[in-house]
Every structure is written in C-alpha cells, then in structure tokens.
Design a protein. Structure first.
Length: 187
C-alpha cells in the first residue's frame, strides 16, 4: 500500500503546482485588464489630440496655399520689373568697362602725372567687373528661379490634367473653314 500514498502525494503536488500556475495567470490577466481599462480612459484625450492635430494640418495647408499664391504674384512682379533692366544694366556696365579700358590705353601707364588717374581707373574697372559678376550671378539665380517656377507650373498643370474634368462642348456655329485649292486662287 505504499504505492497509493506516493501517488496521492504526487497528485497533491501536481494539483498545487497547477493551482499556483493558474493563480499566476489570473494575476497577469488582472494586470492586463487594468492596462486595458487605463487605455479606454485615455482614449477620449487621444481622440481630442488627433482632432487638434488634424485642424493644425488643415491650417498649415491653408497657409502654404496662401504662401504659394503670394510667391506666384512676387515672381510675376519680378519678371515684369527686374529681368529686362538687368540685361540693360549688364550692357551698360560692359560699355563702361570698354570705355575705361580704351581710356587706359590712351593715357599710358608710364606718365607720372596720370598715375593717380590710372589707379582710380583701375579701381573703377575692378568695381565695374565686380558689379558685372554680381549682376551675372543674380541673373543666373533669377533664371534658375524662373525655371523652377515653370516646373512648378508644369507640375500644377499635370495635376490638373489628371483630374477628371468634363470636356466643354464646342459651339454649334463653329464650322471648319473650307480648304481652297491652289488652282482656284486668282492670278
């Protein structure tokens, strides 16, 4: 009969182990329920934050659209006012440099009397060359900006073209002009 008490002890130990494991599972389940309840309590606050973020994104989108309109207006104004004058100024500066260079050749560098004039003329030439370089750089930047704006316009046109638009009906009275034969022309 020694077998039965050993079996009973083993069965009791296994039952105790199963009970302790079940208690651990219940404890973990209780912690998970507490976390779930906390998440449900915080859900309205998170939904409110999401709504505020969506509104902020809408506001920023409106600001970006307004900025785009202002940028287009500024580019149009600059095109009308600045670019034609830049080319004229560059031409004027090139003529000034040619005139100063011609003047230097005529006066001669060896004359002591003209030494101060030569120095002033060289400074003037250096200033004019600097101004020409600056104008050329600005013109290049301006032309790059124009190219970029043209690409933006092309991209905008491409986006508009992708949108589903109903084609306009042609006017009813528009008929193609008849083609005149070469032999029908008056001589």
């Amino acid at each position: 009969m020694t077998v039965i008490p050993g079996l009973v002890r083993r069965a009791a130990a296994e039952a105790e182990r199963q009970l302790r494991g079940g208690a651990g599972v219940l404890a973990r389940l209780g912690r998970d329920l507490e976390r779930s309840a906390e998440a449900w309590r915080q859900l309205p606050a998170h939904l409110e934050r999401v709504t505020l973020l969506e509104q902020a994104v809408r506001d920023q989108d409106a600001e970006v659209r307004a900025l785009r309109a202002e940028l287009d207006s500024l580019v149009g104004q600059l095109n009308d006012r600045l670019l034609p004058r830049i080319d004229e100024r560059m031409d004027d500066n090139e003529r000034d440099v040619a005139a100063v260079a011609t003047s230097l050749i005529r006066t001669g560098r060896d004359s002591a009397v003209h030494g101060t004039r030569l120095t002033a003329a060289e400074r003037r030439i250096g200033d004019l060359r600097t101004r020409i370089a600056q104008l050329e750089q600005r013109t290049g930047l301006w032309r790059d900006l124009q190219a970029t704006m043209a690409r933006f316009g092309d991209d905008l046109d491409a986006m508009r073209a992708r949108m589903a638009l109903r084609p306009a009906d042609p006017p009813a009275d528009a008929a193609p002009a008849p083609v005149q034969n070469i032999t029908d022309r008056p001589a």
